[in-house]
Design a binder for this molecule. Structure first.
Ligand SMILES: NC(=O)c1ccc[n+]([C@@H]2O[C@H](COP(=O)([O-])OP(=O)(O)OC[C@H]3O[C@@H](n4cnc5c(N)ncnc54)[C@H](OP(=O)(O)O)[C@@H]3O)[C@@H](O)[C@H]2O)c1
Length: 222
């Protein structure tokens, strides 16, 4: 049995990770920031932990709850989107909301939990987006979000040498039918998560610091 931590699991992709890993009887810790989210995790048999990823103090409390654990797999899923393109001034509040959730939260999760992943020689995946790719980008649609996911990718790749016993990857889930992805997305959440689970199960040390698609394809450019 593996021990898994899912950060940002109240709904969408994160909750589906909990559902699928619990379906295989894995031991799953999962975080949400409010009671309804925590209940949904509990109903799936996950051990629920309260965490708002924009609250730096919250990480210390969760780290304390996990003291002594070895994590075979941790997944940072929490994320938010913002509308707007490079033709409009970014609203500072929106900028802060997106960057604090998608980048600062991920960096805090990395420093807080990567040692527990190293203890198991495990894997730490960060859910990024193809919208964060710089190579070949053709539009500024979702400008702040794009910048946040590009920053997340750098945070993950650059941290890899500091955590030599863990495999850190950034992984794109595809365009997925969730509250964030919207009803027009081609992938169902079950499909995306099932494919990412396969990809994560197949990670080896040669994937350290990689940027991957949900289907396991490795991006050649960031
Ligand atoms: N869906 C797609 O097509 C797609 C494509 C590329 C990348 N992604 C990425 O995949 C990840 C999951 O997205 P999704 O599609 O599952 O979206 P979603 O259904 O909107 O879920 C977003 C999750 O992030 C959590 N979250 C947001 N802010 C948080 C905070 N401050 N503290 C704790 N949790 C917070 C939400 O919790 P609450 O319920 O408390 O708000 C929710 O569990 C995101 O990182 C997103 O950028 C999604």
């Amino acid at each position: 049995m593996s021990t898994i931590l899912v950060i940002g699991a109240s709904r969408g992709i994160g909750l589906e990770f909990v559902r699928q890993y619990r379906g295989e009887w894995e031991r799953v810790f999962a975080t949400a920031r409010d009671l309804p989210g925590l209940r949904r995790i509990e109903q799936l048999g996950g051990a629920e932990l309260r965490l708002d990823v924009t609250d730096p103090d919250g990480f210390a409390a969760v780290r304390e709850r996990l003291a002594g654990e070895k994590l075979d797999l941790a997944i940072y899923v929490a994320g938010v989107y913002a509308l707007g393109d490079a033709g409009t001034l970014p609203a500072p509040d929106e900028f802060d909301r997106v960057m604090r959730t998608n980048v600062l939260g991920a960096m805090q999760a990395l420093v807080s939990f990567a040692p527990l992943v190293e203890a198991a020689h495990g894997r730490f995946a960060f859910i990024t987006s193809e919208m964060g790719r710089i190579g070949g980008v053709a539009s500024s649609h979702g400008w702040i979000y794009r910048a946040s996911k590009a920053a997340l990718n750098m945070a993950v790749a650059s941290a890899q040498p500091d955590y030599a016993q863990a495999t850190l990857v950034a992984i794109n889930p595809g365009w997925v039918r969730t509250d964030l992805g919207g009803p027009g997305a081609p992938l169902q959440v079950e499909q995306s998560v099932a494919a990412m689970r396969l990809t994560l199960a197949g990670l080896t040390r040669r994937h350290r610091g990689a940027f991957l698609n949900y289907d396991g394809r490795r991006y050649k450019t960031w």
